[in-house]
Design a protein around this ligand. Structure first.
Ligand code: CTP
Length: 420
């Protein structure tokens, strides 16, 4: 076993040593594992530490929390705990375990094991390395599947032929890691992945887990690459038959990051930023399909609203907004009730001329404060009633289209047209 020297902040080294010593005192052994080890070799050490304990992870986490004055949260079904170490961050503590899958796509049944079996249950070789934390073996590498070699060669390699069938969420993870690290899914692994895709294993995954995988993809620095790859591998129609990357989506994808940046720069809040990306997959979908997809992915109310608005607006609006001289009031009417995430996607999907027009609309026109309000109508002695909404809308239209240059002009128009 080789010992490695990493550039780790001293407080991380101190914490890792503390973890190793505590395990040793309890007659157990602790290892740093998974993404934490992978990212150390990539020289991008993550903030969160993944620990696996050969022994009782839950009790170990409690002791570690006491030793470091931390909070702890335990999920006993899988023997995992999260320790929040003050001034440091999250330490995930798991019990070394084997997993067996009763049915594909379901969560596995787990049994305590040694570290080697624990590494064998994992997804890819690059995530199946462990660093010993035991005193005397500190930072010695266990790498039974030559993950370090794959990491150097830029290869995503699964450990066995049934990996994607056991856990089809790994299909999405393979694509996510491939694009994140600019690596390549190894040939045999890609064959196994395609077998799971074509065998319809994705259909057996719960909506919640699928939604989570998509969310993680949309949080990557370049989601468009992963979306392209999911399309190329034929994954998307297995989530819903109309989900896919249409010709229009191919045009929109390269502009989404820019549109999101534009919205942020102009302080237009995108509460569900990931949903701007998601809409690129919906362009082939009708409203009925959108509703079925929302149900399949167990989307939240806000997410459902975005999917439903986008499936109605995205195909028709670019046509309705086309033409040189579309009045600002018409743009307002078509766009103002849409959620910002849908507006942002429309901007990405628009042809360059329309994109420029939308930029002006979002920054200037949409933020206009109406000159005339209900109180003004009351002051002018106009009796309250259904006429109010008509007058206010017409006054706003006149303001947006430049028919009124000042508030006074708008007021005069109301007075002359409606006050008796
Ligand atoms: N893992 C797995 N199969 C999965 C999910 C996770 O084998 N479907 C294993 C991998 O060894 C992974 C570890 O559990 O490294 C931790 O999972 P997670 O935190 O989801 O991923 P990370 O590898 O840490 O990646 P990220 O940087 O995206 O958090």
């Amino acid at each position: 076993m080789k010992t490695y020297h990493f550039k780790i902040p001293p407080k991380t080294t101190a914490l890792l040593k503390k973890i190793g010593k505590l395990a040793d005192e309890r007659g157990e052994a602790a290892y740093a594992v998974g993404g934490f080890v992978r990212d150390l070799f990539l020289r991008h050490p993550g903030v969160d530490i993944d620990i696996t304990v050969e022994g009782d992870g839950v009790t170990f986490a409690e002791k570690l929390a006491r030793l470091t004055g931390s909070e702890v949260e335990a999920f006993t079904r899988f023997g995992t705990s999260i320790v929040i170490v003050p001034g440091f961050g999250k330490v995930d503590v798991a019990t070394a375990r084997t997993e067996s899958y009763q049915s594909p796509g379901a969560l596995p049944a787990v049994k305590k094991s040694g570290i080697m079996q624990d590494l064998y249950r994992r997804d890819f070789t690059i995530n199946s390395m462990a660093l010993s934390l035991s005193p005397g073996y500190f930072l010695k590498l266990l790498d039974p599947f030559e993950g370090l070699e794959d990491l150097k060669k830029g290869r995503i390699r699964a450990l066995h032929a049934k990996s994607f069938m056991d856990d089809p969420t790994r299909i999405f993870r393979a694509v996510r890691f491939e694009q994140r690290f600019q690596e390549r899914i190894e040939e045999k692994t890609q064959r196994w992945l395609l077998e799971a895709v074509r065998g319809n294993y994705i259909q057996r995954v719960s909506g919640e887990r699928l939604r989570n995988e998509l969310r993680l993809i949309f949080q990557e620095p370049h989601p468009e690459r992963a979306v392209w790859r999911l399309d190329e591998l034929g994954v998307l129609p297995h989530i819903h038959s109309s989900l896919g990357v249409s010709a229009s989506a191919k045009m929109a994808l390269p502009h989404i990051a820019g549109a999101i940046g534009f919205f942020k720069k102009n302080r237009m809040v995108l509460e569900e930023e990931k949903m701007v990306w998601f809409q690129a997959l919906l362009l082939k979908m009708d409203e009925k399909g959108a509703a079925a997809l929302s149900k399949r992915l167990m989307l939240s109310r806000a997410e459902q609203k975005i999917v439903s608005q986008s499936s109605k607006a995205a195909p028709a609006l670019p046509r309705q907004l086309a033409g040189k001289d579309i009045p600002a009031s018409r743009m307002y009417r078509l766009l103002c009730s849409l959620r910002p995430e849908v507006q942002c996607f429309l901007m990405a999907a628009a042809a360059p001329d329309l994109r420029k027009k939308l930029a002006v609309y979002f920054v200037k026109l949409q933020k206009i404060k109406p000159w005339i309000r209900g109180g003004d109508l009351q002051t002018l002695g106009i009796p309250p009633g259904f006429r109010y909404s008509f007058i206010l809308l017409e006054a706003l239209n006149g303001q947006l289209d430049g028919k009124f240059k000042t508030r006074q002009q708008a007021l005069d128009w109301v007075k002359n047209s409606f006050a008796s």
